[in-house]
Design a protein around this ligand. Structure first.
Ligand code: GRF
Length: 187
């Protein structure tokens, strides 16, 4: 039986698109039930609408407390009874209000070889630190930011000619395949 996925985004949603396409072409034995964004500025929402996927925008700006936003986000997610909730470029720090009821079902992709470079600006920090390798990690989400159990990670060499932009571009491409493989494994 096909598993159900809900995907959370904040931006372009290229990882989300790769996952939706993998569900459509049978690479993943799953259906994407809904795409949820915390901003109406997420280009991925338009793509999802054009592809007839249910979408929700829950703007974090309307809440003066993180926990209140998380409560509404949780209610929205729970209506789909999803097997896994996939964070794909979802740029909000989540509180235990959201994480605790979904722990074990909540998965994130982070653009670094965790535990290195948790948080933002990972590509610039990897270059700054003169790392030889950089990559991406798929992990379960826990209350500690970017610190949950690792499901899968993949690294590539940093080239002497790399800039933040060139590295970010290669890593994003790598993320698409990695995320699909990791989801395939947990399914
Ligand atoms: C990805 O690099 C993801 O790892 C990070 O934000 C980026 C989102 O890209 N958290 P996209 O929206 O999937 O294109």
């Amino acid at each position: 039986m096909k598993k159900k996925l809900v995907i959370l985004i904040s931006g372009t949603g290229s990882n989300m698109q790769a996952i939706v396409q993998a569900c459509q072409n049978g690479q993943l034995n799953a259906d994407v039930c809904a795409i949820i964004s915390n901003t109406d500025q997420a280009a991925g929402i338009l793509w999802a609408q054009q592809n007839n996927i249910s979408t929700h925008i829950i703007s974090h700006k309307k809440y003066n407390q993180r926990e209140l936003f998380d409560e509404d986000l949780l209610l929205c997610v729970q209506q789909y009874h999803a097997d896994f909730i996939i964070l794909a470029g979802f740029m909000r720090v989540l509180t235990p209000v959201f994480i605790a009821p979904l722990e074990g079902k909540l998965i994130n992709i982070h653009p670094s070889l965790l535990p290195k470079f948790k948080g933002l600006h990972t590509h610039a920090r990897a270059l700054e630190a003169k790392e030889h390798m950089h990559g991406a990690t798929v992990h379960f989400v826990t209350a500690d930011l970017d610190s949950g159990p690792i499901i899968m990670q993949l690294g590539i060499p940093i080239l002497p000619t790399d800039t933040v932009e060139s590295l970010a571009k290669r890593i994003l491409k790598l993320e698409h395949g990695l995320y699909i493989q990791a989801i395939q494994m947990i399914l």
